[in-house]
Design a protein around this ligand. Structure first.
Ligand code: ACM
Length: 546
């Protein structure tokens, strides 16, 4: 049994009326009302697997878990993802405004049963699974509670992605931003352009550590998701009430695509046919040519993407597009003149604006990194504010929706301790407490402007994370603090009770242990987690150093 005060993220309210609670045992049934069978199935495959109990789908026993959807609860409890969980008199009732709310309630129920219930197989026979008498009312603060994973710099095979979706769900996160393409790799099968994966998904070698490091991993690295893999990932996410927002990064961060199809690059500036998928970190100067051919090519890519991803938002990147080649390219300069544009920044706006209109015409919405503000923000576009709060503030003031993910706060590739034994320490020191005290809505915004902050997102860039264990180390435990920021209605940063959060984390580490998460232990990395000799480059202030 977990104490009622050990939940993460913290719920809106917990009332303890006393009296009889609930005991999960051989007799327990799941009574699934209309529209709740998927949540019942999830409970059976998780709680059922960990306890070895049958969780019968009948409705005769007093000992039952009753699942119900009741939309008016949205008004009573604070939004469409709200739920109310009551354990009393030997039963558990989870009422929710929607299936998503019910799923969040089921996640809370799992936490209440204790850390062993996070295992995949029963390890302890003959034990009691108890929940004390309680009523929990809960609803999220933000509707976009995001996690971004960069699978371009280091590929993560599909089972690792599915595992992250489970980990997101356990933390009540609901948007998976899937960074699928970059200079160092193209990770999604596009049927009409097979070379994107045949050529673009592999690189010959990889810089090991920060880009200033002299070390190389001299072996090919790569991989990609077939369209069937993607369909499976999207469906698995949907069962967990997670929306997958795919990112195809244009017009910068495109060297892998140019290596596959050299005509996409600025052929009048460099010999793009000699380019290969990039083996180093940083910002490649090889960007897309602003030609009709490029637009048509990417329309083809996005057409296949829309077939695979039902999300309202489609991420088009737009970050860190080096303008050197456009400045030198007669073709790009002619386009600037022909369109009556002032400069290369406006050329980037035109490029992004094209896909904004293209996506809008197909009932979708464009989202991009905050550089898409430069040279004019495309109408209807939303912004991922990563270079601090300023882009998000400007966008919200202009009436655009914003996801706050400032690199100074929620880039989880940045080291989480100043100690010398942090593995490949890059970026700012951002501790668990720093993330816990992150506030997504800057005080400069009026309440009206703040309504444009859809939510917040933690971003995991994987240049220095070559495998799952490294991703786990950087992501956890900080993602737990981030989840609390995104879900719970916390006081102002300085007033947040970090001591209480740490106390709850003691229970949460046991949940993560049961889930097999290789988090950073509070006392520092374990010997096998250290990477002595691999160069990172810590910084104490801007600019970012990846
Ligand atoms: C980014 O970190 N370049 C979005």
């Amino acid at each position: 049994m977990t104490s009622l005060t050990e939940l993460i993220p913290a719920p809106s309210s917990v009332a303890t009326p006393g009296g009889q609670g609930f005991v999960l045992d051989q007799a327990t049934e799941i009574q699934a009302a209309r529209g709740t069978w998927r949540v019942a199935h999830w409970l059976r495959t998780t709680v059922g697997a960990a306890t070895g109990l049958p969780l019968w789908p009948h409705s005769s026993s007093e000992n039952h878990i009753l699942l119900r959807i009741w939309p008016p609860l949205a008004d009573e409890l604070g939004g469409p993802e709200a739920y109310r969980l009551t354990a009393s008199g030997g039963t558990v009732v989870i009422d929710a405004a929607s299936e998503a709310g019910l799923f969040h309630g089921a996640q809370t129920f799992r936490q209440l049963l204790g850390p062993d219930v996070f295992r995949r197989a029963p390890v302890t026979s003959k034990r009691a699974w108890e929940v004390p008498a309680v009523t929990i009312r809960d609803a999220p603060r933000f509707r976009w509670r995001g996690f971004m994973l960069d699978v371009a710099r280091h590929f993560m095979p599909k089972d690792g992605v599915l595992r992250h979706l489970d980990l997101m769900a356990a933390h009540k996160l609901n948007v998976f931003h899937f960074h699928l393409t970059d200079d160092q790799g193209w990770r999604i099968e596009i049927k009409r352009y097979p070379r994107l994966t045949e050529v673009g998904s592999w690189r010959a070698r990889t810089k090991f550590g920060h880009r200033a490091s002299p070390l190389w991993e001299d072996k090919p690295h790569g991989g990609y998701y077939t369209q069937d893999d993607i369909r499976e990932i999207v469906a698995y996410a949907a069962e967990r009430h997670i929306t997958v927002v795919p990112e195809i990064d244009v017009p910068g961060h495109s060297q892998a695509a140019i290596a596959a199809y050299p005509e996409l690059g600025n052929t009048d500036v460099i010999d793009t046919a000699s380019l290969s998928v990039w083996d180093n970190w940083g910002i490649s100067l090889n960007v897309l040519a602003p030609t009709d051919n490029t637009l048509r090519f990417y329309e083809g890519v996005f057409e296949e993407l829309l077939e695979l991803f039902p999300s309202e938002f489609i991420h088009v990147g737009g970050d860190e597009c080096a303008k050197e080649q456009w400045r030198q390219s007669p073709t790009a300069q002619a386009r600037i003149r022909e369109l009556g544009l002032a400069d290369e920044d406006e050329l980037q706006s035109w490029f992004i604006g094209h896909f904004d209109k293209w996506l809008s015409a197909r009932g979708r919405r464009l989202i991009g990194w905050d550089e898409i503000l430069e040279g004019g923000l495309a109408e209807g576009a939303a912004v991922s504010s990563w270079r601090g709060y300023q882009g998000g503030i400007a966008a919200a003031r202009a009436g655009h929706d914003v996801v706050m993910c400032p690199e100074q706060q929620v880039y989880l590739d940045h080291r989480q301790h100043a100690g010398a034994d942090e593995p490949v320490p890059i970026g700012y020191v951002r501790t668990l407490e720093d993330v816990f005290r992150f506030e997504p809505v800057p005080p400069e915004l009026t309440p009206e402007e703040a309504r444009h902050v859809l939510g917040t997102q933690a971003n995991v860039w994987t240049e220095v994370m070559e495998d799952r264990a490294r991703v786990d180390y950087q992501t956890f435990p900080r993602l737990a603090a981030f989840a609390e920021v995104a879900w719970s209605r916390l006081p102002a940063p300085a007033e947040r009770d970090f001591a209480d959060f740490e106390r709850r984390m003691a229970a949460h580490y046991r949940r993560l242990d049961a889930l097999g998460v290789a988090y950073r232990p509070p006392a520092g990395p374990l010997p096998w987690q250290q990477r002595p000799g691999v160069l990172g480059r810590p910084i104490d202030g801007p600019p970012p150093n990846r």
